[in-house]
Design a protein around this ligand. Structure first.
Ligand SMILES: C[S@@+](CC[C@H](N)C(=O)[O-])C[C@H]1O[C@@H](n2cnc3c(N)ncnc32)[C@H](O)[C@@H]1O
Length: 258
């Protein structure tokens, strides 16, 4: 009885760290919707995701880095904006990664002439053994944390970052006024299924995960606490669109030797 209780609480913990309850191995939804993903983003967010991504790309572009790892890159929206904002130096490496080869194929196609300066890799953000520890200057993840086991992904980000390296995430968040946040969630739960159903030709997965992920994802304050509890330093966040989304920035500590 006691053992079962402990097991349940571990499962519950794992579940609560995966806001959308999404498992890429169980449902290849991004493979199925890859060609419609960009349109869905515009429809679900009324185009506002473009402002969020422009902002996160600007923050990434202003950081000093030689090796950038963008996890869950999807169709490349963020890395392509980074490449638009700064001319990539020959020494700069941009690992553009995603678990879905179909999403990455679209990113590569969209990259066009700058495609050779991006390093496209199929990677599962939960575990990236092909990336050595302490080698990445900047790790970014946009709209991917809510569909992954957050705790695992954050720990893996911590492992691959070099000491002093930056972590940058863009993710759904909470509007600061609870009544408005509730109204927003109600709006999303009414509109998302309708838009999603029409735009995907009846593929319910796409909006089910999005909705659950938005509803269950921690507040900006709570995510900041999670980052600090994993060991990140200088954790800060910036709310976007009243808090519908937030960008979190943190730093891997530099060890001090006595
Ligand atoms: C909502 S999209 C975000 C894409 C892009 N970053 C953007 O901002 O538009 C989430 C992406 O995460 C990818 N993904 C889901 N689980 C993943 C995992 N375990 N590891 C890496 N990528 C994953 C999906 O294939 C999808 O491309």
């Amino acid at each position: 009885m006691g053992v079962r209780h402990v097991q349940m609480s571990i499962d519950e913990q794992a579940q609560s760290s995966n806001a959308a309850g999404f498992h890429a191995q169980a449902d290849d939804v991004f493979g199925r919707i890859a060609t419609r993903y960009d349109l869905l983003c515009d429809l679900f967010s009324l185009g506002i995701h473009r402002l969020w991504k422009r902002r996160v790309a600007a923050l990434i572009a202003q950081e000093p880095w030689t090796c950038l790892l963008d996890a869950a890159s999807g169709t490349g929206d963020v890395v392509l904006r980074v490449a638009n904002q700064q001319v990539l130096g020959r020494e700069q490496i941009v690992i553009t990664s995603d678990i879905s080869p179909q999403m990455l194929a679209i990113a590569q196609k969209r990259a066009g002439p700058i495609s050779p300066s991006l390093d496209f890799r199929v990677l599962d953000a939960h575990t990236i053994p092909s990336i050595q520890s302490n080698t990445i200057d900047l790790y970014s993840i946009s709209l991917g944390l809510k569909i992954c086991d957050r705790s695992k992904v954050l720990r893996e980000a911590m492992r691959v970052l070099r000491p002093g390296g930056r972590f940058v995430s863009l993710e759904a968040s909470n509007i600061v006024w609870p009544w408005l946040h509730r109204a927003y969630l109600t709006y999303m739960s009414l509109c998302t299924p309708l838009i999603g159903w029409v735009a995907t030709g009846g593929d319910a997965s796409a909006y089910r995960y999005l909705l659950k992920g938005i509803q269950e994802f921690p507040s900006a304050e709570a995510l900041a606490i999670e980052l600090a509890s994993i060991g990140f330093e200088d954790v800060s966040f910036e709310r976007l669109s009243l808090g519908i989304a937030a960008i979190h920035i943190a730093r891997k500590p530099i060890p001090t030797y006595a």
